[in-house]
Design a protein around this ligand. Structure first.
Ligand code: NAD
Length: 504
């Protein structure tokens, strides 16, 4: 049975109600055949806060047919851009109205500080919805001259159809908005599979979908294990597109499933091992703050975390001193403590994984200059940890860690800095700090990354595209570019005067 649970909010008398079923056709329903549940933990306390239904492959089928029906009847090409815009804006208004409760639920299930969830993640998500609401009635094709006397052609940017959206646990609300907003604006319908670690806010947002007035079946939410629901969605013959954010390993599986089923369109936003370069002319005090942000934001659980830092020899010692004192000011603590700027890691698995990397850094001979000490309390805590004296073969330098762990190296020349930065299979983000404008222009052009930050780091804007090069992914999110992921271009050739002579 689909049920409702009441989750007490830490340090207050409040409770948040959450539907724990599957959200299909604007209703919360039980699974057709699964008695499995997903346990949701509070990573700060390790307590179970709720259990939700773990959807099966049959449930994915049911959600896909609801989405297909809506696409053919009430959404897709059956609704004006103006109406899509109105509903997306309504959803944004409801998120704004419920911002505190959504943020509390995000903090309880993900661990991130309440203020970050509310003032960064959800604020940005509301803006994202409004940005794409603005696009919904402005999606246009081209009129193309073929032969002025006899023929013309034009293009229509049509909604691609039913979209499977598979999102991770590091930004459960934010990634939901990044995926849902452009898909709705383009006229697509959605089967959303939230991460099994953090399904609660996607279920809460589903309630707002009904309140906003979306027709049944436009947005469906199926919490499920990745290997069950995620795999079923990726291999589904009636899904037209998969949008995914998560690990490179899973991205490969999704691409393979798409290739083996119906060759559905795939966009992948995968991991990174993003470098930041500190040149000797940089404003070092500012650069230390941006480097600290790059390493610590979201406790390092960020695909664009600045996890490698290379400093020019001439300023190395001075910068290291500034960096360590800047990072020390970060407080990792319970998300409900107002002084916390970072929370715990999301799960025991991630905790073990990140500590495994810290141990490997020590074993491979890197030098710890900050952190690397376990707390003796409950919760999945990792304090900011900095390694120096690294080399390119170490695991901590090559692999994505997804925790607040930074590897620091040094360089003499600009060429060397660029070579170090690009020495990775990833290509998601890169940063450079310098007050030499020519150097900024030269280096930003040579860094192999989908996003390059100059004299800043990690901050994104909804109207600027985001995505990866190399093994960091395929396709772009945000900006007008994301609309291309959710539309397919139809060319219409129109004969206005040619008489066909036959036989040829
Ligand atoms: P993951 O890639 O397994 O999970 C992300 C999403 O993919 C989840 O919704 C999951 O249910 C789903 N999924 C898992 N297996 C699937 C499959 N076979 N088919 C379809 N969907 C599937 O990531 P994880 O195991 O939660 O984390 C492991 C590592 O991935 C992290 O340490 C980090 O390095 C990386 N990661 C990156 C991001 C990012 O923002 N790029 C986000 C989360 C994790």
């Amino acid at each position: 049975m689909a049920t409702v649970v009441k989750i007490p909010v830490t340090n207050s008398n409040k409770e948040i109600t959450v539907n724990t079923g599957l959200f299909i056709n604007n209703e919360f329903v039980p699974s057709l055949d699964s008695s499995e549940v997903i346990q949701c933990f509070n990573p700060a306390t390790e307590d179970v806060i709720a259990s939700v239904v773990a959807g099966s492959a049959k449930d994915i089928d049911r959600a896909v047919s609801a989405a297909r029906h809506a696409f053919k009847t009430t959404w897709g090409k059956n609704v004006t851009g103006w109406e899509r815009s109105r509903l997306i804006n309504k959803l944004a208004d409801l998120m704004e109205k419920n911002v505190q409760e959504l943020a509390e639920l995000e903090t309880l299930n993900n661990g991130k500080p309440l203020t970050i969830a509310r003032d960064f993640d959800i604020e940005d998500s509301i803006q994202c919805l409004r940005y794409y609401a603005g696009w919904a009635d402005k999606i246009t094709g081209q009129t193309i001259e073929v032969d002025n006397k006899s023929k013309m052609a034009f293009t229509r940017h049509e909604p691609i159809g039913v979209c499977g959206q598979i999102i991770p646990w590091n930004y459960p609300i934010n990634m939901w908005a990044w995926k849902v907003a452009p898909a709705l604006a383009a006229g697509c319908t959605i089967v959303m599979k939230p991460s099994e670690l953090t399904p609660l806010t996607a279920l809460k947002l589903s309630e707002l979908v009904v309140e906003a007035g979306f027709p049944a079946g436009v947005i469906n939410t199926v919490p499920s294990l990745g290997s069950v629901g995620g795999a079923a969605l990726s291999a589904h013959p009636d899904v037209d597109k998969i949008a995914f954010t998560g690990s490179t390993i899973t991205g490969r599986k999704i691409m393979e499933a798409a290739a083996k089923s119906n060759l559905k369109k795939v966009s992948l936003e995968l991991g990174g091992k993003s470098p930041q370069l500190i040149f000797e002319s940089a404003d070092l005090e500012q650069a230390a703050k941006w480097a600290a942000l790059g390493m610590c934001f979201n406790t390092g659980q960020d695909c664009i975390a600045g996890s490698r830092l290379y400093i020019q020899d001439s300023v190395y010692d001075k910068f290291i001193e500034m960096l360590v004192s800047t990072v020390k000011a970060t407080k990792i603590g319970n998300g409900f403590d107002e002084k916390s700027s970072g929370g715990p890691l999301v799960s025991k698995t991630q905790f073990d994984r990140v500590w495994g990397y810290i141990d490997s850094g020590k074993a491979e001979g890197a030098k710890v200059i900050l952190g690397a000490e376990k707390r003796n309390t409950k919760g999945y805590w990792v304090d900011p940890t900095i390694f120096t004296e690294i080399n390119a073969d170490m695991k901590i330098v090559k692999e994505e860690i997804f925790g607040p762990v930074l590897s620091v190296g040094r360089f003499k020349t600009e060429e060397e800095a660029i070579a170090l930065a690009n020495n990775t299979t990833y290509g998601l983000g890169a940063g450079l700090h310098s007050t030499d404008a020519s150097q900024c222009m030269r280096v930003s052009g040579l860094l192999e990354a989908g996003t390059v930050w100059v004299n800043q780091y990690i901050l994104l804007n909804n109207n600027v595209p985001f995505g990866g090069k190399k093994q960091s992914g395929i396709g772009r999110e945000l900006g007008s570019y994301a609309l291309e992921e959710y539309t397919s271009v139809k060319a219409v050739h129109w004969n206005i005067g040619e008489k066909l002579k036959w036989p040829l």
